[in-house]
Structure formats: C-alpha cells, structure tokens
Design a protein around this ligand. Structure first.
Ligand code: HEC
Length: 187
C-alpha cells in the first residue's frame, strides 16, 4: 500500500515538474493553453507569434508598408488574411499554412496595431463592425476594448517597439498638423 502511495506521489511530482519547467512537453502544453486562451500571451510572445504566422505567405515588409492611408485597420485586415489562409489551405493542401485560433487572432491584431499603427478611431464604428462581420465576435469584442485595456497592444506600445521598415506615422502626423495650422491661418 505504501509503495503504491509513493508511486502515486512520485507520478504527481513528475507531472508538476513537467508542467512548471521548460521542456518540450510542457512548452507544448503551454502553447496549447495560450492558443486556446487559458493562458495569456506576454506581449513579446504575441509579437513572436505574429511575426512567424504572418510571414508564411509574404514578408513582414508587406505589413510594415501598410499604413493609415492604405486601408482599414488591422482588426479588418485580420479577417481578410483569415479568409486567405483558409482558402490557401483548401487550394494547396500540400503546403501547410498554420492558421490562428480566435484567441491568437486577437493577440496578433494587437501586435500589428502596436508595431505598425492603430487607426480604428478614424473609422465609423458601424463601418468597422460591418467590415469585421458579426461572425467575428472575438474581434468585435477587441474593438470595444479601449487600447489601455489591451495588454499586448499597450505593453508593446509602452516598450516603444516598432516593426522594422515601418512608415513612421508620428512624423507624418506632425507634418499634417503643421500643415493644417498653416492652412487655417491663411484663411
Ligand atoms: C495564406 C497566405 C497569407 C498569410 C498567412 C498572411 N497573408 Fe497577408 N496577404 C496575403 C496575400 C495573398 C496578400 C495580397 C493580396 C490581397 O491583399 O488580397 C496579402 C496582403 C497583406 C497586406 C497588404 C494589404 C493591402 O491592402 O495591400 C497586409 C497588411 C497583410 N497581408 C497582413 C497580413 C497579416 C497581419 C497576416 C497575419 C495575420 C498575414 N498577412 C498573413 C496572404 C497571406
């Protein structure tokens, strides 16, 4: 009986060690938990996920070049890429493209918002809701979350990280503002 108890305890200890240390098995378990939303991605983990998953078909440069004037914000881009990813999977079953879970989509949108730009406020809410689509409840929920309550987006913004090659909007914003003032004065 004692021997049985000891072996059960031993097994429990092994399980705890497996779940808490970083070895391939526990990493796999953690990855699953994060993908499904049982555990949160840290801002840096989310950044890594976004960089890997969003460079499967094109280079990150394509994302760096995307901007306020190019089109709708990343919460909408995500729905477009999601469609492309599932189309790609059904057309080319041989070249595997890893898709994203809903939870991962929410994390990845926050990453590009922080590293490239977030211009959700430039759009009317109704238009964004229509573009995102009712079936994307997780992205609509993100839209309703103020930026300071989005841990990944605000975390990356605070650390001042940007995507390499990104169109530096701050400078443009200043120039536009200066231009607007000038225009205002001349009237
Ligand atoms: C299945 C392949 C595939 C994956 C994976 C993919 N993209 Fe794309 N992406 C494309 C294609 C194809 C285009 C160009 C055609 C288009 O815009 O429909 C594109 C274009 C873009 C553009 C430029 C849009 C424009 O209007 O020029 C952006 C920004 C972008 N992708 C972001 C992302 C992000 C963010 C991710 C990760 C969530 C991602 N992509 C993952 C295939 C992909």
């Amino acid at each position: 009986m004692k021997a049985f108890l000891y072996s059960v305890m031993g097994l429990l200890i092994i399980l705890v060690i497996t779940a808490t240390t970083s070895n391939p098995v526990s990493n796999r378990i953690k990855e699953e938990a994060k993908a499904k939303g049982y555990m949160e991605y840290t801002p840096l983990e989310a950044k890594k996920l976004a960089e890997i998953r969003c460079s499967q078909c094109h280079q990150l440069e394509r994302i760096a070049k995307y901007c306020r004037r190019c089109g709708p914000p990343f919460v909408v881009v995500m729905t477009h890429m999601e469609r492309l990813m599932s189309q790609h999977q059904s057309r080319n079953p041989k070249k595997e493209i890893l898709g994203l879970t809903k939870h991962q989509e929410v994390a990845v949108v926050q990453v590009w918002n922080a590293l490239v730009g977030n211009w959700e406020a430039d759009f009317r809410r109704e238009d964004l809701v229509n573009m995102v689509g009712k079936h994307n409840g997780h992205l609509l929920a993100l839209l309703d979350t103020p930026i300071e309550k989005r841990p990944i987006e605000s975390g990356l913004m605070k650390s001042g990280q940007r995507l390499k090659g990104v169109y530096e909007e701050q400078g443009v914003g200043k120039a536009q503002k200066a231009g607007a003032v000038k225009g205002g004065n001349s009237q």
